[in-house]
Design a protein around this ligand. Sequence first.
Ligand SMILES: *[C@@H]1O[C@H](CO)[C@@H](O)[C@H](O)[C@H]1NC(C)=O
Ligand SMILES: *[C@@H]1O[C@H](CO)[C@@H](O)[C@H](O)[C@H]1NC(C)=O
Ligand SMILES: *[C@@H]1O[C@H](CO)[C@@H](O)[C@H](O)[C@H]1NC(C)=O
Length: 212
Amino acid sequence: MKVLSLSAVISSFVGLALSQDVSLAAVRRAFNTANIPTDASLTFNPSVLFEVTFPQTSGPAVNLHAGIQLPRNATVGPPQFSVRDSFLSPARSFVVAMVDLDAPTPQTPTAAQIRHFLGGDFHPDGSRTRTEKLSNTTAAISNFLQPTPPAGSDPHRYVFLLFNQPQGFDQQTAVTATTSIANFNISQFASEVGLGNPIGGTFMLVGPDPSS
Ligand SMILES: *[C@@H]1O[C@H](CO)[C@@H](O)[C@H](O)[C@H]1NC(C)=O
Ligand SMILES: *[C@@H]1O[C@H](CO)[C@@H](O)[C@H](O)[C@H]1NC(C)=O
Ligand SMILES: *[C@@H]1O[C@H](CO)[C@@H](O)[C@H](O)[C@H]1NC(C)=O
């Protein structure tokens, strides 16, 4: 019984590892179906396949596809970011944000958004391979925080967004390391610092740890 469930877990993780997004239309559809553009006040017309990968302590890393549900313990992170089938200039810089739209619960998101990650100066590796890693050269503004939906909550939507980085972003003071991570508004932040609309994104659903 134990052996069977373990192999089921392993094969489901192998499945997840292979299941990254391959279509911009499918990503946009998944965002619309989950009501993300409305709830986050964003215009979402992605031009880049943005890939988010969670390394695992054992077994292959998990690549998100938009709307995937993951067990909390697969989201320890920190996540790695890359772009797929999109040859971006390594001379350009990008901003990555991750927000929880459903804190403390999807029914009553009074603390939303929670800022789970915000960082700039991500650069494509210039390898011109199918998947180009984005690596960062400066510390994140908000370090990655693992999802922790409270016991009894339905799964939350954790949304990852990729933006072109405007000139002067490193000097912005709209959000700093001491700004509360609760009641964040990515749309307001984007307009304050001139990020424009996101050029890519994906999201995952994560519920609380099983209670037994
Ligand atoms: C996550 O927890 C489940 C039990 O809830 C367990 O079966 C699984 O092996 C754990 N996975 C990882 C990656 O720790
Ligand atoms: C880079 O991004 C990671 C998350 O992917 C973050 O933990 C880290 O603080 C950032 N900065 C550096 C210099 O690595
Ligand atoms: C977030 O900011 C946008 C403006 O960019 C605004 O339209 C929206 O109402 C704000 N959302 C919340 C929950 O305050």
